[in-house]
Design a protein around this ligand. Structure first.
Ligand code: SF4
Length: 382
């Protein structure tokens, strides 16, 4: 094992209570009701077929759950009364509940705190900009990877989210957004590739025309560097975009910032990145969170050029959001100098001037508030 905090995905403690997979669901024979939001469209069709219903009924219910935002079966007006009554006894439309929404005073960014069925909470961020509206989704409650600069990592991993819980974050955000959501990023709480199947299933659900029809190239999955899953993602030739958080240019430094590096070091990670781009012909994004006095020197920039140049990638620099911890955002002139040096690499270069840092909404910094919001905490509605 590479790190004591790395979750063992075979651990039964990580299974989600109350959420059953299709083939173990008790349907009408048992007492537990089946949560329909956890089903992909294909699984929902199989479920309805097992009930003796036609596939088109499953498609109607799928569309009601997601695109039309139904939260109760009786709202599904084109479904027969008898089927509604039957579904009410054997199935659920379990969903997240909004605990509160905070609005950034400096931007349009809004952060939703959502309560899950078991009382745990996750956060989802809505980031409207001039030309796009982006949603940042969580994939786990907490995270087991313990990146040193990340508040979520300090929580440890509580559990994986189901595909339904992930997709429901988008439903909740769409309900409060005045503009259509154009982009989805898996950069909230959790390491998406540690919850690979649920994340990919959720992405497929969001991409489905009967749900939200979000274009595959408008969905980005961001990983801290899980090499086997990067290779799996390449081999499955998934069309969603891939981002990799690099954040350091030497192993000694990355071992401290991101302990996952002790398992798969920079060289192994970059080999996996090259494998991905060569296999899929898709460009990937290398994310680099810039932290004062840690990884912001000109030498760091030069090493980053050497690392990125052989890969079909763009580099996205993210000046760190201060959260009163050990790490700090570099001064503007330091950031400018770093970017200037990096621009010599001749690869596409972007800077994410973070929106939402003022509401703790930056990636990996969501948990500071969330930790206080587990059951028993009484938040103030904003
Ligand atoms: S940065 Fe991402 S992978 Fe690292 S601890 Fe935070 S949530 Fe987990």
């Amino acid at each position: 094992m590479f790190d004591k905090n790395t979750p063992d995905l075979a651990d039964p403690a990580l299974l989600v209570p109350g959420h059953l997979n299709l083939y173990s669901c008790p349907m009408e024979s048992g007492t537990e009701r089946t949560p329909l939001r956890d089903f992909s469209l294909e699984e929902l069709v199989a479920y309805f077929t097992s009930l003796g219903e036609k596939p088109f009924r499953a498609r109607q219910v799928f569309q009601w759950m997601w695109q039309k935002g139904a939260t109760e079966f009786f709202q599904m007006t084109n479904i027969s009364r008898s089927l509604i009554q039957r579904l009410e006894t054997i199935a659920t439309l379990d969903r997240t509940e909004v605990v509160f929404i905070s609005q950034s005073p400096a931007s349009e960014t809004r952060k939703l705190l959502l309560r899950l069925q078991d009382g745990k909470t996750v956060e989802t961020v809505l980031i409207p900009e001039e030309s796009r509206v982006t949603v940042c989704l969580s994939s786990q409650v907490g995270c087991g990877l313990d990146c040193d600069f990340c508040a979520t990592g300090k929580m440890g991993l509580l559990r994986n989210l189901t595909a339904g819980e992930i997709t429901d974050q988008l439903r909740q955000v769409m309900a409060i957004s005045s503009r259509p959501v154009t982009n989805i990023v898996f950069m909230g709480m959790g390491e998406p590739f540690h919850n690979y199947s649920a994340v990919l299933k959720a992405a497929d659900m969001m991409h489905d025309e009967l749900a939200y029809g979000t274009g595959a190239r408008r969905i980005t999955i961001s990983t801290s560097g899980l090499v086997p899953q990067i290779k799996q993602f390449a081999e499955e030739n998934r069309r969603y975009k891939l981002a990799v958080s690099l954040n350091a240019t030497v192993d000694e430094q990355r071992n401290v910032l991101m302990p996952i590096n002790k398992k798969w070091n920079i060289s192994a990670l970059m080999d996996a990145c090259k494998y991905y781009t060569e296999k899929t012909h898709n460009m990937l994004t290398l994310e680099y969170v810039l932290m004062a006095g840690i990884n912001d020197t000109l030498q760091d920039a030069r090493r980053l050029v050497q690392i990125a140049r052989p890969v079909f990638c763009k580099v996205n620099v993210i000046p760190y959001n201060d959260i009163n911890g050990t790490y700090r955002r570099p001064a503007d002139e330091k950031i400018e100098a770093f970017l200037q040096e990096l621009s010599k690499g001749n690869f596409p270069l972007t800077v994410r001037w973070s929106r939402g840092g003022d509401i703790d909404a930056a990636c990996g910094q969501l948990a500071t508030q969330t930790k206080k919001m587990q059951p028993g905490f009484n938040p103030i509605e904003t």
